[in-house]
Design a protein around this ligand. Structure first.
Ligand code: SF4
Ligand code: SF4
Length: 110
C-alpha cells in the first residue's frame, strides 16, 4: 500500500493541509479571511471533508474559520479550489521525480 502522510498547520489566516506520498506533496491552503461562508464547497466536496464552522458566532464577530477541514477524509482532489468563487482555497502540487532505474542501481551499489 502506498504510504500517505497528512498534517495540518495554521499560519495567520491560512489553514494549510498537507498530503505527502513518495510521488508528490500537495498543500491545500485555505485562507479563511477570504471565505464568505457560502458553503458551496461544503456541499460539493465529494468526500464530505468540509464542514460548516460556527457561522452564527462568526456573524456576531467571532474570529473563526467558516469552514472546517476533516484532514482524514480529504483526498486532495482540488474540487474546492475550482468551485470557490472567492478563491479562498488554493492547491500547490509538488511532483517528486522518481530516480531513473540506472541511478537506483548505482545508489544501491555504493
Ligand atoms: S466556497 Fe469558498 S467562500 Fe464559499 S464557504 Fe467554501 S471556501 Fe468559503
Ligand atoms: S480537496 Fe477535495 S476532498 Fe479535500 S476538501 Fe477539497 S473537495 Fe474535499
Amino acid at each position: 500500500m502506498m504510504e500517505i502522510e497528512k498534517d495540518m498547520e495554521v499560519e495567520g489566516s491560512h489553514i494549510l493541509a498537507r498530503q505527502k506520498t513518495p510521488e508528490s506533496e500537495k498543500i491545500l491552503d485555505y485562507d479563511y479571511k477570504k471565505c464568505a461562508g457560502c458553503s458551496i464547497c461544503v456541499a460539493l466536496c465529494p468526500k464530505k471533508a468540509l464542514l460548516e464552522g460556527p457561522l452564527q458566532e462568526i456573524a456576531k464577530g467571532l474570529d473563526a474559520p467558516p469552514v472546517l477541514i476533516d484532514l482524514d477524509a480529504c483526498v486532495f482532489c482540488g474540487m474546492c479550489v475550482n468551485f470557490c468563487p472567492l478563491k479562498a482555497f488554493q492547491m500547490t502540487v509538488l511532483e517528486k521525480t522518481p530516480l531513473p532505474e540506472a541511478a537506483k542501481t548505482a545508489a544501491a551499489q555504493v
